[in-house]
Design a protein around this ligand. Structure first.
Ligand code: ADP
Ligand code: MG
Length: 356
C-alpha cells in the first residue's frame, strides 16, 4: 500500500543535529500533524520528505520504494508554504493551472480540473483576479488549489496558516480538512500551534529537539501525555513539583492522594493536572474533608471569560494555577474576584512524571 515510511531519519548541519532518528509511518489518506516548538526540526523533516533536503542518514520510502535519491519533481508531492509563493503576473486560474501546463495536460482537461478546484477552494468568482487583488486568506486558497490540482500523492504543508488572522485561520482549517477528506489525499501538516494540530489531525507527532516524542490521536496526546514536555506543550496543565511521602504527595503544607504512585519514597515527582479536571465543591464542607480528600480552599485571583468556560486563577502554596469551570456552572456559583472557593483535585486526574 502507498505508505510513506521514515526509518531512522537524521539530519545534521555541521555539528547541529536538526533531526535525530525519526521513525514514522504515514498511512495513505491520513492527516498527520508534526507539532513542536520553533527550531525542533519540523521544516527540516518536511524538506527531507519533499527532497529539497537530503537526510544525513536513514531511509525514506514511498509505496515500498526507497526515494532518498529521487529528485523533488519526480516525487509528485505537493507543497504549501506559509508564504503563498504565487506567481504575481498570473491570475488565480493561471496559477492553479501552472502545474498542469507543466505536465502538458490537454487544455480541455486543465479547464475542467481548474474549475473543479476553484469550486473546492471557494474561488470561482475570483478566478480572473491577480494575487495582489486578493486577501491573505484567498491567496492561501490559491496556493492550496495549485498544490492539489496536480493530484499529489502526498500534500505537505509547512505552517500554511500562521500568517493569517485568527478567524480566517480557523475557517481555512476547515477548508483544508474537508479537502483532505473529500479527495483522500495523504497530508503532512507542520504547525507549532497545538490547538490547530489537535483540531485538524488524525494523528499528531509531537516533536522536540529533532525527535518525535509522542505520536497518537489528538485524543490520546491530550488525555495521556507521556512526558511533562507534552503535557506542558499540548493544552494547558498546572504543574506541581512535590515529594512523595507515605504513598501520598506532600506539596508545601498539603497532602494529595494521587492514583498510580509507585513505592519509592522521598522521590521528587512532577504532577500535571488540567484546569478542567479540577472540580468545584459546593459548601458546606466539613473540616476533615480539607485534610483528607484533596480538597482545598483558595481565593479567585483572576477571572477570565473564555467563552464556553471561565478560567479562575488561584494560588496554591504560592503557586499560580488555573481551574476551568463550564460557563453555566460558573454562573450558578456567582463568584467574584477576591472571593473564596473550594476545589477538589481528583486523584486520578493527575499525570505523574519523574522528570520535568
Ligand atoms: P522548525 O521548522 O521546527 O522551526 P527547523 O527545521 O527550521 O525547525 O530547524 C531545526 C534546526 O536546524 C534549527 O536549529 C535551525 O536553526 C537549524 N537549521 C535549519 N536549516 C538549517 C540550515 N540550512 N543550515 C543550518 N542550520 C539549519
Ligand atoms: Mg519551520
Amino acid at each position: 500500500s502507498k505508505k510513506l515510511v521514515l526509518e531512522h531519519i537524521c539530519k545534521n548541519f555541521d555539528s547541529l543535529i536538526a533531526v535525530n532518528d525519526v521513525n514514522l509511518v504515514v498511512e495513505p489518506g491520513e492527516f498527520l500533524c508534526l507539532l513542536g516548538p520553533s527550531g525542533c526540526g519540523k521544516t527540516t523533516l518536511l524538506r527531507i520528505i519533499t527532497g529539497f533536503e537530503q537526510a544525513s542518514s536513514g531511509t525514506l520510502s514511498y509505496n515500498g520504494k526507497v526515494i532518498n535519491k529521487v529528485i523533488p519533481q519526480k516525487r509528485d508531492f505537493g507543497i504549501v508554504f506559509q508564504s503563498y509563493a504565487l506567481f504575481p503576473n498570473m491570475t488565480v486560474k493561471q496559477n492553479m493551472a501552472f502545474g498542469l501546463n507543466m505536465r502538458k495536460m490537454p487544455q480541455k482537461l486543465i479547464d475542467e480540473r481548474v474549475n473543479e478546484i476553484l469550486k473546492l477552494v471557494g474561488l470561482t468568482d475570483w478566478q480572473n483576479h491577480y494575487p495582489a487583488q486578493l486577501s491573505g486568506g484567498q491567496q492561501q486558497r490559491v496556493a492550496l488549489g495549485r498544490a492539489i490540482a496536480i493530484k499529489p500523492k502526498v500534500l505537505l504543508l509547512d505552517e500554511p496558516l500562521s500568517a493569517l488572522d485568527a478567524k480566517i485561520r480557523v475557517r481555512l482549517r476547515t477548508v483544508i480538512k474537508r479537502l483532505q477528506q473529500d479527495l483522500g489525499i495523504t497530508m503532512i501538516y507542520v504547525t507549532h500551534d497545538q490547538e490547530e494540530a489537535l483540531s485538524i489531525a488524525d494523528r499528531v507527532a509531537v516533536m522536540k529537539d529533532g525527535q518525535v516524542r509522542q505520536i497518537g490521536s489528538p485524543w490520546e496526546i491530550y488525555k495521556a501525555p507521556k512526558t511533562s514536555f507534552v503535557a506542558q506543550f499540548v493544552g494547558t496543565s498546572n504543574f506541581i513539583s512535590a515529594t512523595k511521602k507515605n504513598g501520598k504527595i506532600q506539596f508545601g503544607q498539603r497532602e494529595f492522594v494521587v492514583s498510580g504512585l509507585t513505592d519509592a519514597a522521598g522521590e521528587t515527582l512532577h504532577l500535571a493536572i488540567r484546569p478542567e479536571k479540577i472540580e468545584f465543591v459546593a459548601p458546606p464542607i466539613s473540616p476533615e474533608q480539607y485534610v483528607t480528600s484533596n480538597i482545598v480552599e483558595v481565593v479567585a485571583e483572576v477571572i477570565t471569560f473564555l467563552g464556553a468556560v471561565v478560567r479562575i486563577t488561584f494560588l496554591l502554596e504560592g503557586k499560580e494555577m488555573d481551574v476551568d469551570l463550564p460557563e453555566k456552572e460558573f454562573e450558578k456559583i456567582g463568584l467574584q474576584r477576591g472571593e473564596k472557593l473550594t476545589l477538589y483535585f481528583p486523584p486520578d486526574a493527575f499525570h505523574v512524571y519523574t522528570e520535568l
